[in-house]
Design a protein around this ligand. Sequence first.
Ligand SMILES: Nc1ncnc2c1ncn2[C@@H]1O[C@H](COP(=O)(O)OP(=O)(O)OP(=O)(O)O)[C@@H](O)[C@H]1O
Ligand SMILES: [Mg+2]
Length: 356
Amino acid sequence: MAGVLLDRVEKTYPGGFNAVKGISFAVPDGGFCVLVGPSGCGKSTLLRMIAGLETITGGQVRIGERVVNDIEPMGRDIAMVFQNYALYPHMSVYDNMAYGLRNLKTPEPEILSRVQEAAKILELNDEMLKRKPRQLSGGQRQRVAMGRAIVRKPAVFLFDEPLSNLDAKLRVQMRIEIRKLQRRLKTTSIYVTHDQLEAMTLADMLVVMNAGRVEQVGAPLELYERPATAFVAGFLGSPPMNFLNGRVEKPGVLRLGDGTELAYDPAHFTATSGAEIQAGVRPERIIFSKDGSGIPFKLELVEELGLGQLVHGVLADASFTVALPAGVHAPVGDAQRVTIAPDAVHLFDRKTGARL
Ligand SMILES: Nc1ncnc2c1ncn2[C@@H]1O[C@H](COP(=O)(O)OP(=O)(O)OP(=O)(O)O)[C@@H](O)[C@H]1O
Ligand SMILES: [Mg+2]
């Protein structure tokens, strides 16, 4: 068992492209850390540097007490699970799971007992162990790939989008299985995904990345409720946060683009009068007013989700979405008004995107 420490880790690819720009964070022993961010932000590059599959061009990676920058992947005490499973097609499932251990010259009886133990945890029966990977379903193949990591009993699991080849339903099921498995084995894990929902549900520590840098690190709910930047605010949550441009008129009062007034809680923000801001409001924090008060909202489309409704429209000249829980229905007619509680309003600097 071991924690993982990244200290100003950099990656400049041979062509000169700077894909990772000085990233530092620490994953505690036994923690489940999820790296999330848009395509191309450097997640796989960072994970591959931790794995030893990519050279580190600056900074340090520590696994447990050791700096591993110059240690071969095999010597790092890690096991990686990839998106494409990377199973050997000509080998049986058993041999696929045994492969890494055989490379380490583990005695066969020990291999047998470890593969059987992993197969039991992953619910792969003896008959499946004899099959070739192509004779398994996608979800079963993914389990084999996990099994191959488990049998190694590594200090750290590294996952790179392991569920993205599965259909939506299986993804949810496997996501839950991975989380349960990690709770049971208590192996430090670093998991890469671009899916914010997967990230929110799996992580006890979330690292949001953008263009080779870290935007914010913290517990999922902490980031959801107190995003440090407009990027994090917009990235986490589905449907995403609504954004409105405006100016601080005086502490506690915003003037939006079309002249609409919006109140915020001045105790939580240090915005000065005149500041150009971006206000953020989560779709689930908005209610339709019944008494004619509130801010005008032009209703354009209602989406029925079963679990609730999404109401799309325009507020203060911006596209705006309201999420209603099950049992609450959107009002009829396009001219509506909504109320937004002051404590539902987040303020970000319009230029830098930083929380004010
Ligand atoms: N071998 C390479 N040489 C040069 N540039 C590379 C190389 N590999 C990746 N990159 C670039 O580095 C950046 C980060 O790539 P990376 O694969 O880490 O992104 P990612 O966050 O994993 O994205 P995705 O979600 O699409 O998998 C990208 O702009 C990519 O084009
Ligand atoms: Mg990637």
